[in-house]
Design a protein around this ligand. Sequence first.
Ligand code: NDP
Length: 292
Amino acid sequence: METFTLNNGVTIPALGLGVFQTPPDETRAAVTAALEAGYRHIDTAAAYGNEREVGEAVHASEVDRADVFLETKVWISDYGYDETLHAFDKSARKLGVEQIDLLILHQALPSEFQRTLDAYRALETLLADGRVRAIGVSNFMVEHLTTLLDTTSVVPAVNQIEVHPYFAQAEVQAFGVDHDILTQAWAPIGGITFYRDSGHRSTLEDPVIAEIASRHDKTPAQVMLRWHLQQGRQVIPKSTRASRIQENIDVFDFDLTPAELGSIDSLDTGRRGGPDPSTVTLETWGRPIPEA
Ligand code: NDP
């Protein structure tokens, strides 16, 4: 498995398994299938309600815990310095680990940004104490990152944002390149375009992507994952099906040409599938995260 090196020297596999919307009772099987297929990175979140099952699958596997990169996210309802320290305890207990490889803030809370900054300071403390190996953010836009860098000391290792052929977020990505923040692409094969916004076509049925896929004897999903990797983005495709989990990691034996990368770039619609990060509030999105 190829890796990316984070800005603090820690390495992360180039591709991991996402488990958003993977029901808890299907999570163990999905993570087990992924580990058997060669995945060594799982991306979960306190808000997904399946950290416990992710941990159980990792501990039951023959793969050493030390060889699996575990990433999880603090939900907005647990922001604030003390609250976020406690959120680490909840996630670590559910995952059954002493140390989390990468802990990130799931969203900025623009209307209560001080609370977001306090949460990030808790991540800095956890990093200094060795409870986490790296820290980062998710769904942070340029203005959120700018304030964060101005007021805290550790540059986030990653910003996990929506990126797929129909939504590229070029400015946020460029900010990441300039500040050595790795972009992790969520919905890397455009999953959000399948189930949330009927105004989008599905990226899986896009004729440009399909044509490139047939040229390489690969699937549209594989072409999209390859497009991210060649452009320096880490990817976390989600599937609960063993055959797709296998398909999605089989992307390290071909290269897209610069012209093919450019054709996929040109599909950007500028329309996000997920919630607008500037509108996230505790009132609309807050919900308690259970104790471990
Ligand atoms: P993805 O782009 O990974 O797409 C997932 C969808 O594609 C599912 O419906 C899955 O169905 C289907 N699928 C998977 N592989 C294939 C394939 N090879 N061919 C055809 N269909 C396929 O979208 P996600 O939204 O799940 O994003 C991936 C991960 O990113 C999440 O699981 C989560 O870890 C993270 N994420 C983070 C967010 C954040 O706010 N930070 C928000 C959203 C996601 P099936 O399972 O039936 O195979």
